[in-house]
Write a protein that binds this ligand. Sequence first.
Ligand SMILES: NC(=O)c1ccc[n+]([C@@H]2O[C@H](COP(=O)([O-])OP(=O)(O)OC[C@H]3O[C@@H](n4cnc5c(N)ncnc54)[C@H](OP(=O)(O)O)[C@@H]3O)[C@@H](O)[C@H]2O)c1
Length: 263
Amino acid sequence: MKLDGARVLLTGATGGLGQAIARGLHERGASLLLTGRRLDVLTPLAEEVGGRAIASDLADRSAVDALLSEAGRVDVLVANAGLPASGGLHSFSVEEIDRALTVNLRAPMLLAHALSPAMVQRGGGHLLFMSSLAGRAGAPGSSVYAATKFGLRGFALALREDLAGKGVGVSVVLPGFIRDAGMFAESGGKLPPYVGTKRPDDVARAVVKAIEQNRAELDVAPLPLRAGALLASLAPGPVGAVQRKLGSVKTSESIWGGQTEKR
Ligand SMILES: NC(=O)c1ccc[n+]([C@@H]2O[C@H](COP(=O)([O-])OP(=O)(O)OC[C@H]3O[C@@H](n4cnc5c(N)ncnc54)[C@H](OP(=O)(O)O)[C@@H]3O)[C@@H](O)[C@H]2O)c1
């Protein structure tokens, strides 16, 4: 899929990763439809990249229809908006669980549901979903988040099979811990010295690559973390036990402690 001139709808554009993704897509010549809730961040970003700002609260179950009628034709969807949804299951209210599922999983599914028929009819388009390495491996205090990110990854990979041969690509991007900006960086969480991080620009590059090369799945993390997540997906029991011995509970607590206000 060529990004030059393509109309790209990017959700979560106001976030730490979304801003880098918007700039990365702009550099490739995309025409941007940027959404988020915070207009004070969205408007200057849209001016900077020559895009259109469309405020939308995806926790509102009727928001997707309104967003799409504002957006008009969309050639590429980058479903990036998400809540950290971290912490033990019983620290969540039912409303908080519903909100995490609605923003992180239901909204991207509905966007794809609404946008893909026209893409198939035109014989071209791309749907990209922002999951996480938490969509490949379980970690303490991430049951709600992992449910949404495993779900999104499964949705993307299965939809990719349905749309194969119809001119519409589907990708899923799985970042690990991202420094400098975004929900992990803002949490103030402390990682053990052997766990590496990547930057928002690395995620933006992966998004561009996934769309242009129709890649099924791209991880954005240093090699040891990618290998660890892969191993955890193959043998979750033993790898979880080793992780706990290495202090995964303490690490997770340091992250979710700084994210509860984003629920
Ligand atoms: N940062 C990381 O280390 C990391 C790692 C793995 C995966 N990810 C994933 O990457 C994506 C972006 O994360 P980030 O780090 O950029 O997080 P962030 O800085 O917290 O930004 C989250 C984005 O989602 C939007 N959003 C949240 N609730 C929304 C709602 N109800 N309606 C509409 N938009 C809403 C926010 O918009 P407003 O702020 O305008 O409300 C913001 O643009 C997420 O899906 C996240 O799960 C991030």
